[in-house]
Design a protein around this ligand. Structure first.
Ligand code: UD1
Ligand code: CA
Length: 463
């Protein structure tokens, strides 16, 4: 039986340096809130019932975001520091054996692999705890790691409390620890708010354990980008950039071509198949799945959508909660607003808006149309300027168009309405009655002709 690992994630603070009404861990980077990232990483190391999230500020929102991961929660009613936050879980946690891993909710880039190394080091060592540290070019704001002659960690000194000599130390505390759980709880009660901020610092555990005759080790991370702590909006933007870079690297190594990757935004939750090309400034967000050999045009935004193989989305298109079948072509300048299904080989062209529309295989709507609450059969052609009048001011109604039908340009279809297979609608028609299969429907005023009218008008004007 492997020794159990319990993970505690501190996420109760407001984060005053964010200058926000929203709790810091609810801010987003890489397409997810900070706390979601940390919980997802923790779930790679331990089952949900071994993960405890300390909540306080906007705790209800934090709970809702991560409850589906099966994690447990600890309520910290007043936020009196990182030590106080862990002690809030004393009742639930102090009986546990094995190892206690502590993560901060504002350090979202940490990878499971690095945490595994931390735990492995703890297991090999006789130390009371191991913490993650990093040598930084500019460690301003971080606690400094003070090492003793043996190289063990003697203390962590917060920026505010550090002497000039200590401030010159480049090795910083990352806020990620692994302790022997029974030893931790035996000593944790000794943390006192004896500092200018009157807070209970978790970092005091280092000196406390040292005084108790134990030693601590620091494991230096190689890549300091992984341990960026987010305290303000600038660091938030930096974390976002790093998440994007990480995701794009993964996609490119998996066979996706990304043109000008520094401009492209892809959420962590997205998957993209081989040989797909993503053009500059594209944003691919949420639960989106893209198949192989697709092309995602420049400046296109795709959210929560599923694209089969060989799909082409032209530049400046928006595709939201929609499905697009194999070989279909959408855009440039198309908008699939929500709840659409565009079947294989269909074409949706520029300035066409779809809402809850099902466009059958090979059907085409190539220019300037609004198709809402609409069913369009396979092979049907929708002319430029076609409008489905789906809303009567009170309710939404359906438009059903059969297969291989032809809707002339600038037709207005007043829903609810049904157009049969193979029917023909004359250009400029206002269609208010059902059209049977293979019929021609004209719904427009007959043309009036007045010979020489214009000529006479001009002659009048000259007088
Ligand atoms: C902390 C460390 C510092 C380290 C840095 C790394 C302490 C005393 N200092 O400083 O050594 O270099 O992180 O990023 O631990 N939190 C609670 N309840 C509280 C207070 C904080 O849950 O009462 C949570 C916050 O929501 C946050 C995390 O703990 O996610 C860290 O708190 P923060 O105030 O940002 O600590 P730092 O000052 O950055
Ligand atoms: Ca912090």
């Amino acid at each position: 039986m492997p020794t159990p690992v319990t993970i505690v994630i501190l996420a109760a603070g407001l984060g005053t340096r964010m200058k926000s009404r929203k709790a810091k861990v609810l801010h987003r980077a890489g397409g997810r809130t900070l706390v979601e990232h940390v919980v997802a990483t923790a779930r790679n190391l331990a089952p949900g019932d071994h993960i405890f999230v300390v909540v306080g500020h906007q705790g209800e929102q934090v709970r809702q975001l991560v409850a589906a991961q099966g994690v447990r929660f600890i309520e910290q009613r007043e936020q009196k520091g990182t030590g106080h936050a862990v002690l809030a879980g004393r009742q639930d946690l102090s009986g546990l054996g094995g190892y206690l891993v502590i993560l901060y909710g504002d350090c979202p880039l940490i990878r499971a692999e690095t945490l595994r190394k931390l735990i492995a080091r703890m297991k090999q060592s006789d130390a009371g705890g191991v913490l993650l540290s990093a040598r930084m070019a500019d460690p301003t704001g971080y606690g400094r790691v003070i090492r003793d002659a043996r190289g063990h960690v003697a203390a962590i000194v917060e920026q505010k409390a550090a002497t000039a000599e200590q401030l010159a130390i480049r090795e910083a505390n990352m806020g990620i620890y692994c302790f022997r759980a029974p030893l931790f709880w035996e000593h944790a009660g000794r943390i006192q708010p004896h500092n200018p901020a009157r807070e209970y610092y978790l970092t005091d555990m280092v000196e406390i354990l040292n005084r108790g005759g134990h030693f601590l080790e620091a494991l230096e991370v190689e890549d300091t980008r992984e341990v960026l702590g987010i305290n303000n909006r600038q660091e938030l933007a930096e974390a976002d950039r790093l998440f994007r870079e990480r995701k794009l690297r993964e996609l490119m190594l998996g066979g996706v071509t990304v043109v000008k990757p520094e401009t492209v935004t892809v959420d962590d939750t997205v998957s993209i198949g081989m040989d797909t090309v993503v053009e500059p400034f594209a944003q691919i967000l949420g639960n989106t799945k893209i198949g192989e050999n697709c092309r995602i045009g420049a400046c296109t935004i795709i959210r929560d959508s599923v694209l089969a193989d060989e799909v082409e989305i032209g530049p400046f298109s928006i595709v939201a909660t929609s499905g697009v079948g194999r070989g279909a072509v959408v855009g440039p300048f198309a908008r699939l607003r929500t709840g659409n299904q565009v079947d294989a080989g269909a074409h949706i062209g520029n300035f066409v808006e779809l809402k809850k529309a099902h466009v059958g295989a090979g059907a085409k709507a190539n220019h300037l149309a609004y198709l809402g609450d609409t069913e369009i059969g396979a092979g049907t052609n929708i002319g430029a300027g076609t409008i489905t009048c789906n809303y009567d001011g009170f309710q939404k109604h359906l438009t059903r168009i059969g297969e291989r039908a032809f809707v002339g340009s600038n037709a207005t279809l007043v829903a609810p309405i049904e157009i049969g297979d193979g029917a023909y609608l004359a250009a400029g028609s206002v269609i208010t009655e059902a059209v049977p299969p293979d019929a021609l429907a004209l719904g427009r005023a007959r043309q009036v002709m007045k010979p020489d009218w214009a000529k006479k008008r001009r002659a009048l004007g000259k007088k």
